[in-house]
Design a protein around this ligand. Structure first.
Ligand code: HEM
Length: 497
């Protein structure tokens, strides 16, 4: 990868730093670089406070690469520069790309207060998904303090039985498709099942079936229609764009469903095991706090649905391409769940299922890229980061760094076996982010996703109609570019049950 401005521009650094950085720059010039550099070397460079300008991937090289395949391009840039902090030259927009685990750790955790969750995608995201838990600053902080104790593993475990029942009901509806022999649209069906589960977690039995469906439809369409705004986040909201009206309609519809539920939870407080009851107990009453509750609920919904549904959409074609993994997964479900129905008590035994999900999120992290804004000028990996600039972190690229993952493109759940040798750098794997903004829903994900997989596999063996692997498509979440159609073959053991 040829980088420009890669030479050492030492800003007040000592001679020794200049020498080190020049060596780095020379290696940059040779293409594959720094693969031999240890963590110790990196932190030594960092602690010496030496700064040079980041190498830039120039516009004329970047754009054709991205046009051929943006995700492969990101991953190639990360590997070819050995995880160096580089600038991507999109013309007026010149973000830094951060992929090396030490550097990611600094952005998300070590120096997180200097990397604000502002600008980039966050403005349009917040407009729809709220300004509390998806926000920044004191509103986020208060919300996080309230929500964190709600999403503990204990609370999530207490949802297990209700959730398992909802999931069995949702998966059971696939029976019709299996009987007719017509394929299912995987993204659509996984979204339907996940939405049912999330609505159950949020509202328990306080929401009618019809309102649940309206809410899912409204938020789904808002997320889809927002894509254009996400692509050009710098365009002010005053400038109208296609999709704006539909997004506004979706927000209105969401309010029509959520606001009455909040008022009801306030008027009739209970000890319910659902998020709206827990929030109602935790947030003081009053119109402002009701509004914050609305933002909390929509933020959680947004975080919980698309990410999980897309992960479960990737799963089936990947399993079809790895018959040995598929067979082992089915064996585990047969052994643990047997004649079913699936129950929360099965979870601790579904160990291989969890390893498969962990590896799936390595290769196809649905949150594949997100941004921060540097509040003040700072240094990262020996590179000067200018105040106000956008910094991109990409698990997709980090999870494919050859320095940290052997055979990075191979799908191998054994990497996550408790018996796997060696320890990983904490930030070589961060599908759920890290630091203060780390995903609140990790426990919930590892509750509902294995239950959904087990509920499907005890009935069917889904066969993908796609030959080969799907192409990753970078929307707000990472999606397969192709429509994934699955034929649901009834399992003979299941039909005998
Ligand atoms: C495969 C599933 C999921 C993935 C890949 C995922 C990924 C992420 C990531 C990367 C972030 C951090 C963004 C940042 O650093 O700015 C995040 C935050 C968040 N996630 Fe998840 N998530 C998943 C499932 C869930 C679920 C099931 C919930 C439901 C509770 C959830 C709720 C949230 C919330 C509320 C935040 C904001 C946390 C904060 O900023 O304090 N997520 N998620």
């Amino acid at each position: 990868m040829a980088l420009e401005n890669g030479g050492a521009e030492a800003l007040g650094a000592e001679l020794v730093n200049d020498l080190q950085l020049s060596a780095t720059a020379l290696r940059l010039g040779r293409g594959r670089i720094l693969l031999d550099v240890t963590d110790a070397e990196i932190s030594m460079t960092t602690s010496m406070n030496a700064t040079r300008q980041a190498g830039t991937v120039p516009f004329h090289r970047l754009v054709p690469k991205l046009a051929r395949g943006p995700l492969d391009a990101l991953s190639a840039i990360a590997n070819e520069t050995g995880g160096q902090v580089v600038r991507l030259d999109f013309g007026p927009f010149r973000p830094y790309l951060v992929t090396y685990p030490d550097h990611v750790q600094q952005v998300l955790r070590g120096n997180y207060s200097n990397y604000a969750r502002e600008g980039g995608i966050w403005r349009p995201v917040r407009r729809v998904f709220g300004t509390t838990i998806m926000g920044q600053g004191s509103a986020w902080e208060t919300s996080r303090k309230i929500l964190q104790p709600i999403f503990t593993s204990r609370f999530v475990a207490s949802l297990g039985d209700g959730l398992a029942k909802t999931i069995e009901e949702g998966v059971g509806k696939l029976d019709g498709a299996a009987g007719s022999g017509r394929p299912i649209d995987t993204a659509e069906e996984m979204s339907r099942i996940v939405n049912m589960a999330v609505i159950r977690v949020l509202f328990g039995d306080k929401i009618s079936h019809r309102d649940g469906e309206r809410l899912c439809a409204a938020l789904d369409s808002a997320a889809r229609l927002m894509t254009l705004r996400l692509l050009v986040p710098f365009v002010p909201f005053l400038v109208p764009m296609p999709g704006d009206k539909a997004v506004a309609d979706a927000i209105r519809l969401t309010d029509e469903v959520v606001r009455p539920l909040i008022l009801k939870a306030r008027a009739e407080p209970d000890e319910g095991v659902d998020v709206i009851s827990a929030l109602s107990r935790a947030r003081a009453s009053g119109p402002e706090e009701d509004e914050n509750m609305r933002h909390d609920i929509i933020g959680i919904y947004a975080g919980a649905t698309e990410t999980t549904a897309m992960t479960l959409t990737w799963l089936w074609p990947v399993l079809n391409n790895h018959p040995e993994v598929y067979a082992r997964l089915i064996d585990e479900v047969d052994r643990v769940v047997g004649a079913g129905p699936v129950q929360a008590t099965h979870l601790p035994e579904l160990r291989y299922t969890k390893m498969v999900l962990q590896e799936l999120l390595r290769l196809y992290p649905t949150a594949w890229l997100w941004s921060r804004r540097a509040v003040e000028s700072t240094e990262l990996g020996g590179v000067r980061i200018k105040a106000g600039s956008q910094v991109l972190v990409s698990p997709y690229a980090t999870h494919r760094l050859e320095e940290f993952w052997s055979r990075p493109l191979d799908f191998d759940p054994e990497r996550f076996s408790p018996d796997a040798p060696g320890r990983r750098h904490r930030y070589s794997y961060y599908p759920f982010s890290g630091g203060p903004h780390q995903c609140l829903g990790q426990h919930l994900f590892y509750l509902k996703a294995p239950l959904i997989i087990a509920a499907v596999l005890r009935r069917f063996r889904p066969v993908s109609r796609l030959a080969g692997s799907p192409t990753p498509f970078p929307a707000l979440t990472l999606r397969p570019k192709q429509k994934i159609e699955l034929e649901l073959v009834r399992r003979s053991s299941a039909s005998a049950r």
